[in-house]
Design a protein around this ligand. Structure first.
Ligand SMILES: [Zn+2]
Ligand SMILES: [Zn+2]
Length: 150
């Protein structure tokens, strides 16, 4: 779906952390959970999932922030405190990157939205698939396959 082809470049607000996605994202997601509302200070987070090996930091590095969880490490710019990544355990092989930070942020229209049970009633996205909570791991292969055909 993204109009531009990889590498897709992005960076934090201050520019001290820059990265590129060396592969077209597997899927684009909006998350309406209360945690994302607080982390973004907004209505929902916008994310693209990419294979861990396709995420390349080209400048600076991220520091762990948010709840400092072991099972989902949140990466931030240490200077401007911009939320950049969410990394599940490395064995998952994937990383979620805030798509709003991409130079071509328009290219990653949300395809799936999740945690709609916590969504602000007036917040909406154009996502084709909606889930009350986090979709189960079994749901992703079909969603990723459908996204790749767009
Ligand atoms: Zn920054
Ligand atoms: Zn969330």
């Amino acid at each position: 779906m993204p109009a531009s082809s990889p590498p897709l470049k992005g960076g934090c607000l201050c520019g001290r952390v820059q990265f590129q996605l060396n592969q077209t994202p597997l899927i684009s997601l909006a998350c309406h959970c209360r945690g994302c509302q607080k982390l973004t200070s907004s209505a929902f987070s916008l994310n693209v999932m990419v294979p861990l090996l396709a995420f390349e930091l080209t400048k600076g590095s991220t520091v762990v922030g948010a709840l400092h969880k072991k099972d989902a490490r949140y990466g931030f710019c240490d200077w401007c405190k911009c939320w950049i990544t969410t990394a599940p355990p490395p064995e998952s092989g994937i990383i979620n990157v805030r798509s709003t930070l991409l130079e071509d942020a328009l290219a990653c229209k949300p395809f799936v939205e999740m945690w709609t049970k916590e969504k602000l009633p007036w917040a909406s996205t154009p996502a084709k698939h909606s889930f009350d909570e986090q979709p189960s791991a079994d749901a992703f292969p079909a969603l990723i396959e459908e996204y790749s055909r767009r």
